[in-house]
Structures are given as C-alpha cells and as structure tokens.
Design a protein around this ligand. Structure first.
Ligand code: FAD
Length: 540
C-alpha cells in the first residue's frame, strides 16, 4: 500500500528537487534538502545502496593515504566530517583503533609515520585518548601477536571509525522520509523532460516492479548515480566526454578464526599500496584493490587473481595464518566513481568530489567518499536554493540524529548495549547478537526483539530473530526482495553467509505473504539470491 501511495505521490506532486540515485550521495542530498523545507523526491533503479554504497571498505575515515598525496584540505574536511557523522549516528559509526605496522621493507619509517599521524590528528581535530601513539616493536607485537616479527620495527596506533555503508544510506533515507521526502527503490530514470528553452523540468521514470512508466515533475534534478553518472549525462545529451574514471576495489571475508586479528590494521603491501584487515562480528575482512574498470556496471565479478593478490599480501604480513582461497567465505566488489584526471592511474586520482551543471540544468555530482556525503549534499542543496523561490531553513544535518541513533552519544550506546544484552541473554541468543543488532538498527533493535515472540512458538530463536528482522525491514525500510534483506539490510551475505541457507525458505514465505508475491516472482527472488551468493563465493 505504501509503495502504491508513494508512486502516486511521485506522479501527482510538483517537486522542488528530484534526486536520481539512492546511494549515500543521493540519500544525503534527500535528507539535507527535506530538512531545509524543500519538496523532495528520490528514485533508485534497484535497491538503495546496491551500487558502490554497499561495497566500500566501510570506514568513516580521514583518509590517511590522501596525506601522502598532499591533499591537505581533503584530509581536513573528511577528518572533521567523521566526527560529525559519529555524533549523529553513533550506533552506525563506531570508533575503532587502527594499527599501522612499520616494517623494514615497508614504505614508512617510524619518523615519517609519527609526523604523518600527528598531522592527520591535527587536521581532523582529534583530542585526548584518541590522539595517535607511536609504539615500539614490543608494544606493536603485543597489540597484534599475529604480525610477522622478523621485519617488524614499530607501529603507529591511531583512531578511525568503522561503519556499515548500506545501513548508513538506509538510515539517511529513513530520516529523509520522516522529514517528508518521498523515496522509492526499484524506480529507474528513463528519459528527461524539458521545457521550451530546453531546461530540464521532469523525468519519465519506470516502476521496475510493474514495468510501468510514469512522469515526475521537478524544478531541479540531481544526477547522483555514482558510477552511472556519465550514463545519465548521455541521456541528457550533455556528455561530450566521460567525466568519470571507474576504479574497481574488491574485499574478501574470512572467518575470524582463520585470521584472528585483535583489531583493525592498515598495512603495506609492497607495491606502494596499503590494505586494511578489519575484524567484524565473527569475520575478518580484507581490502582493497584499485584498478581501472571498463566493463558492465551492473555485473561486477571478482577475479581469482584479485583474491590471490589480497591473500598473498595478508600471508606476508601474518605468515602463521597460511590463508588459501578456500578460506574465503564471502566477498564484494565495487566501483569508485572518480573524477577523471588526464594521465593519472586509479591509485593516483584524487578522491575529491565535483559538482557540474549541464546547460539543461541537470546537476551532476560525483567523486567524493562515503565520509564526505554530508558536505557533498550541502554543496548541492546550496546550489539548488540559489535559484529557488521561498524561504528555507539553514542547514540542519550537522546535529540532526539519524534514524536509530540513541540520545547522549557513547553514553546512550552503552546503556542501549546493556539493555539489548539483557534481552539477548533472556532469549538465549548468541552473545554477539547484541553488537550486531545495536550496530545495524540502533534503538530500533529493541522493537525487533519485542516482535521476536510472534515467531518463537514455531521457530527456534535464531530463525525467529531473522524473521523479526525481515518483518521490520519490509515494513519500515522498503525491503522488496530477499537480496535486499540478506545484503543491504542485514549484511548476512557478507558476514553471516551460512545463515542464508538455513533461513531463506521461511523468509521467502514471509516476503511472499507481506508483499503478495506470485509464484514467478518468488522463483525470481530465490534465483537472484542464489546468483548473489555465487558471485560472492566463486571467482573466475
Ligand atoms: P552509488 O552508491 O553507486 O549510488 C548510485 C545509485 O544510483 C546506485 O544505487 C544505482 O543503482 C543508482 N542508479 C543508477 N542509474 C540509475 C537510474 N537510471 N535511475 C535510478 N537510479 C539509478 N568511502 C569512504 O568514505 N570510506 C571507505 O572506506 C571507502 N572505501 C571504498 C572502497 C571501495 C572498494 C570503493 C569502490 C569505494 C570506497 N569508498 C569509501 C567510496 C564510497 O563508497 C563512494 O564514494 C560512495 O559509496 C559513492 O556513493 P554514490 O551514492 O555516489 O554512488
């Protein structure tokens, strides 16, 4: 019912701003614009965050590597932004200490690392306990006993933040909807509509579930389609040249007991690249690569050689692990929508964002980072307001809590964790569930746990929890398919892939019942889920 009503509203409203693309960039713009008083619509051709915004390293970070490229203003801006995003969504943006081992054959010395981390902290305004510490060899070994010891010289220990990119995008959209934005997934931009002066003023969209076209009218249209930005510019006939350079990055996921690191690490690979090893729930994930990509944007596959590259680098740093490809339990690959710079390779191109407005009035935004989504949104909405009539509020997003954020920051997180933990114990769920629920749903986790009893009479408690989550995601987060649920809503496709096989049949029934799916749609959903599991686990 809600989808039907939303699509009717999309057809019947004259919007101030229409955003194409439901990744973090589009979601951030929707929230900023809606909270300043604009009438906002957002359409996403597939599921929210199904593009790059569920395929990142999942860090809200100041970008230490940008310091190496002397991008001081970028480091300063994203450094400050990470503190803001932590304050407005402390459940989704968790502080994590990062260890940077310094080795004999690495590209950093203790001296340069010490200065770089000091500058990094200074630019980001890091205070107190979070400030960087330089460790000697023994201290570094104590922090991470798995490290290769013969070449280890010292370590840098500094503050970063870990997130879930897809959940962050969903929280932004949820908050935008709560503030009046109409957002709809599985609605694609097909064709632009122009006035007599060839200024863009609408869109022919297609409801991908029903294969039905309809029109949306808006004074301003933003192309926030990440890797697809040039495709949309072509639709607008304004793509004289490609503005984007797409860089592919992959991550692999291992069971934590196969690489039992005690904390997150950022280490030298030996070819001037650095990679992350990050513990998460009962896994450790490793990434990433950075190579030019020119293939199909909708079908990105991971190559065996890319997995081998990450495994070799990890085995070099943690020789006792002796990892092989059979240890990889899941993976993901994404495309960085970078702004092309002549003569530069993937690793050299700046991660800066850029806003470019076509003669038709189409506002294009690309580049940038998850971490800088708020500033990108501010830039776009400021531009829109310059030519909008009426009175609008100043920017609101600096201290507006996102959906699920508890009050009182880290204090609120602590008491929420304690209360979830008690409920988890009473329900006899595995202890790690408290962290999982807190970091996925924040305060809404309590609501999910309350509905679990609806399912426990028939199901054992782990399955009942998945069903309670599915109910929440369908009703509150516009989940439309099994893949939306197992991938973007719960991250199970990456961090708990075994739970899919055990639960998919009953979850399919729940989706079929809630969304009135016929037998053919059910079969399509199962096939799409199986294909995604295969893509995540089989490498060509
Ligand atoms: P996307 O998330 O790709 O969203 C664009 C959306 O537009 C897609 O969902 C797509 O389906 C939709 N779309 C396309 N065409 C249409 C159409 N015709 N109609 C409707 N919708 C359409 N940043 C960080 O800050 N921290 C990190 O740790 C980090 N790590 C990264 C690691 C990797 C490997 C990669 C690839 C990126 C990383 N980034 C990181 C960068 C960050 O992930 C991206 O900058 C960000 O996710 C881009 O978001 P977006 O919304 O612009 O694009």
């Amino acid at each position: 019912m809600s989808r039907k009503a939303d699509i009717q509203a999309l057809q019947n409203t004259q919007f101030d701003l229409l955003i194409i693309g439901g990744g973090v960039t589009g979601a951030g713009i929707a929230l900023d614009a809606a909270t300043r008083g604009l009438k906002v619509a957002l359409v996403e051709k597939s599921d929210y965050a199904s593009g790059t915004s569920s395929k990142s390293t999942k860090l809200i970070h100041g970008g230490l590597r940008y310091l190496k490229q002397f991008e001081i203003s970028l480091v300063r801006e994203v450094g400050r932004e990470r503190a803001i995003v932590h304050d407005i969504a402390p459940h989704l943006v968790r502080p994590k200490k990062m260890l940077l081992p310094i080795t004999q054959d690495g590209s950093f010395s203790k001296f340069t690392t010490g200065i770089a981390l000091w500058v990094y902290d200074y630019l980001a305004g890091v205070k107190g306990q979070d400030k960087r510490k330089m460790l000697n060899k023994e201290e570094t070994e104590r922090k991470e006993p798995l490290l290769e010891k013969t070449k280890l010289k010292a370590g840098g220990y500094y503050a970063e933040y870990r997130t879930d990119d897809a959940r962050l995008t969903l929280a932004l959209l949820h908050t935008a909807r709560d503030n009046g934005a109409i957002c709809q997934n599985y609605v694609a931009a097909q064709k632009f509509i122009y006035d007599d002066n060839h200024i863009i003023n609408g869109l022919i969209a297609i409801d991908n579930e029903k294969n039905q076209e309809f029109t949306i009218r808006a004074h301003h249209i933003v192309n926030a389609t990440g890797p697809w930005v040039d495709e949309l510019r072509e639709l607008d006939n304004t793509a004289a040249d490609d503005r984007l350079f797409l860089s592919k990055g992959i991550h692999i996921v291992l069971p934590h007991n196969r690489l039992p690191v005690q904390q997150a690490l950022y280490f030298d690979v030996g070819d001037k690249r650095m990679i992350f090893a990050i513990p998460r729930l009962e896994c450790t994930y490793i990434g990433t690569t950075d190579t030019e990509y020119v293939d199909d944007l909708d079908e990105i596959h991971i190559l065996k050689e890319e997995v081998a590259y990450l495994l070799a680098a990890t085995n070099k740093m943690f020789p006792s692990a002796q990892l092989t490809i059979s240890d990889v339990q899941s993976s993901w690959a994404g495309l960085r929508p970078l702004i092309r710079e002549k003569g530069k390779s993937a690793g050299e191109i700046s991660r800066k964002d850029e806003l470019f407005i076509a003669n038709s009035g189409l506002i294009n935004i690309a580049g940038g980072k998850l971490t800088g989504y708020r500033k990108m949104a501010e830039k776009v909405v400021d531009k829109v307001l310059q030519s909008s009539k009426g009175t609008f509020l100043p920017i609101q997003t600096e201290d507006l809590l996102l959906k699920g954020a508890p009050l009182h920051g880290e204090k609120g997180i602590k008491s929420l964790y304690e209360s979830l933990n008690q409920k988890i114990k009473a329900l006899k769920l595995p202890p790690i569930t408290a962290t999982y629920l807190l970091e996925n749903y924040g305060t809404d986790a309590s609501h999910i746990l309350e509905t679990i009893t609806e399912f426990t009479p028939d199901n054992e408690v782990n399955l009942a929890l998945i069903r309670a989550e599915a109910k929440y995601c369908i009703e509150k987060e516009q989940a439309r398919t099994l893949l939306d649920f197992y991938s973007r809503r719960t991250g199970r496709l990456y961090f708990n892939i075994d739970s899919i096989e055990k639960s998919k049949d009953i979850i399919l029934q729940d989706f079929a019942c809630a969304l009135d799916l016929d037998a053919f749609s059910q079969m399509q959903q199962i096939e799409a889920l199986q294909a995604a599991v295969e893509t995540a686990t089989c490498f060509s």
